[in-house]
Design a protein around this ligand. Sequence first.
Ligand code: ATP
Length: 234
Amino acid sequence: MSPLPPAYDRPPRTRLDALSAGYDGRTVLHQVTADIPESAVTSLVGANGSGKSTLLSAVAGVIRPTAGTVVHRGGAPAFVPQRGAVSDALPLTVRQTVAMARWRERGLWRRLTGRDHSTVDEALERLGITDLAGRQLGELSGGQRQRAFIAQGLAQRSDLLLLDEPCTGLDPGTRQSISRLLADLAADGTTVVQATHDLDSARSGDHCLLLRAGHLDAAGEPGAVLDGAPALLS
Ligand SMILES: Nc1ncnc2c1ncn2[C@@H]1O[C@H](COP(=O)(O)OP(=O)(O)OP(=O)(O)O)[C@@H](O)[C@H]1O
């Protein structure tokens, strides 16, 4: 198999054109135009409040653009919001949490199929949490819980995985292993977009978008984007 071309040469999986979005009439994301290359890890970086989560939510379809467009070349994305899509106060096991991804497609009144169960098993396996399947979500460490939420995202079987700060609050070893997992997913054909404050993780990705006060400040190869933003590195 020939190696994939660098991210900046890959076709866009998703294209943002003059995308603006916000809350209650207040615009926080201003006319962002960018491509998200397929089969690559794109990192959204920027200071607190720069609009990373808002951009992800707009790409996920959770909030509507106030202007501009998000065009997906493919199906609906899987979105793993900050702190996961379910409260860890709910009495759910890890397996039930991951299986929720399949219920969304089936509807609550249908039984999960054998393929659904295999998808859940594969997602648990891929995140290395098969042995935690029967544990309650509320009993897990931060890193274990984060893996369960990423597994839930994977089990949605989308080729576009959107993750809001998957590494926040985790120790360096766990952060590294999650970054490696994201790279493996991209190598297998999944387009990954992560909002992150972890600059090592951003640097190890393929592509980077830097937001400043809701504007796209730079885009491209991670090293070049991050080296051009010394304030972020301090
Ligand atoms: N649900 C919301 N309702 C109203 N305003 C919001 C909401 N979510 C975010 N904002 C505002 O939008 C702006 C951008 O926030 P956003 O969470 O997108 O930034 P961020 O870059 O992800 O920040 P952080 O790194 O702190 O997570 C901020 O001023 C924030 O207060």
